[in-house]
Design a protein around this ligand. Sequence first.
Ligand code: THU
Length: 530
Amino acid sequence: MSKRAFIIVLDSMGIGELPDAGLWHDEGSNTLAAIRNHPAFDCPNLGSLGLFNIEGVGGGCSRPAGSFARLGEVSRGKDTTTGHWEIAGLVSETPFPTYPDGFPDEIISEFSRLTGRGVLCNKPYSGTDCIRDYGEEHVRTGALIVYTSADSVFQIAAHEDVVPVEELYRYCGIAREILQGKHAVGRVIARPFRGSYPFERTSNRHDFSLVPPKDTMLDLLAKAGLATLSVGKIYDIFAGKSVSEMNRMTCNDEGMDITLKMAERDFTGLCFVNLVDFDSKYGHRNDVEGYAAAMTAFDRKLGRFLPLMRDDDILIITADHGCDPSTPSTDHSREYVPMLITGKHVRRGVDLGTRTSFSDISATVLDYFGVDKEDTAGESFLHDVLSPAGLLPDGSPDDGQLMDAAVAAREKAYAPYSRHRVGAALLTCDGTVYTGCNIESATHTPTCCAERTAVFKAVSEGRRDFAKIAVVGGMDDVLSNICAPCGVCRQIMAEFCDEDFIVVLGKPGGYREYRLGDLLPFMFTRKDLS
Ligand code: THU
């Protein structure tokens, strides 16, 4: 079995204020609400997966194709790194440090000592303003321009002719080593520039992220020998730790094109995708229309991704924080994020309500691969959303083997009156198979179909956990192309199984799976008697 999990993070696509949003001055922020009524917003695929069925969102469809939850953030932060680390099972108890008054002397003097260069600026500053205001002094003296922002960043600007780029990167490495413990900023960033006054920045920007201080989902997956493929910023966010493959992107569209290619590739493990444009191009720029249009563009690509999903794939769509483009603030907002999950074996329309932490995603993904979550945070919701067939252990009989078992059971059919011989093979959730054949009676009425024989055999052995049944039948020695279970058998299946129970129909060499819910719509079950 080659299981694959895809996590797509719609960067900043929050769905409403968290209870503690006031502490962050984000009362009332709701990124999705800000864009969903714009004419440029048209997201039928997200809608049918259940985006609007999520608690607190509103306007959901009647039969969502996916399962869904609203996730809260436990970490003390609302930035990209914190959000993604929590999605990966690492909760940040303390926020990354910020420096509204510049970095303390002890940091700056140590940095100066190790680089042998002076420091200019040392305060929050715009990147373009600081090279305009300090660039000439830097060129004259060789001192480095160090500045920060509202984010947890230590940025170093230097002219490429004064400080060669490789040297600047080395200085960033020095800063990265100094900035640990209580001064562990999220990122150290090299900001090279060139030319003469007013100067221009070059494309040699480079981010030196903080290495996650504890194991994340990525480390545990990698240790288990599973692929950890990344698209977009994921590699940087985890400082490359336990990321087996990096794929950079220049825009969301390209990110999704890479993800579509991933879906066509063979691998076992995780493909972790970040789509940053929502945040960087639209959220921070308070561009409601741009944000809405970008969601529409994503939804189109999602429509192309879904048909590429294989039997053992799961897809989770989520976000890392909010960035409401309709509020005066251009900063991130402390919001709940959506969690949509879909896949062939994922139940439709399971409402997981509101959950405490983004980390439930990592716990679920680890659970899916059978990897122990060790010290990582989160509660798996896998068993709430996977159908019985999705929970079968590795090595369970496949549909072809079930068909063969049904054919063998048919050999024992007792059908002297109708000569219609039927065999069934019922698979329980631990991978055991119970077979059955039809058994007729001269008085007709007591006749028992093959499916019921198998179900009753299993139930009388104490089993009620059924994943699938294969059924074959036909007159005398001939197998029909399909032997459809009779109404009574469908009703008996519905007694022990739910809509997601799988019925395999056809004959060896030509068969397919059906959901019981599709074979017996609006089924009457014991639930109707409670
Ligand atoms: N039969 C089954 O065993 N399963 C079905 O789903 C359809 C019908 C049997 C019952 C009877 O012995 C014969 O086929 C003809 O109805």
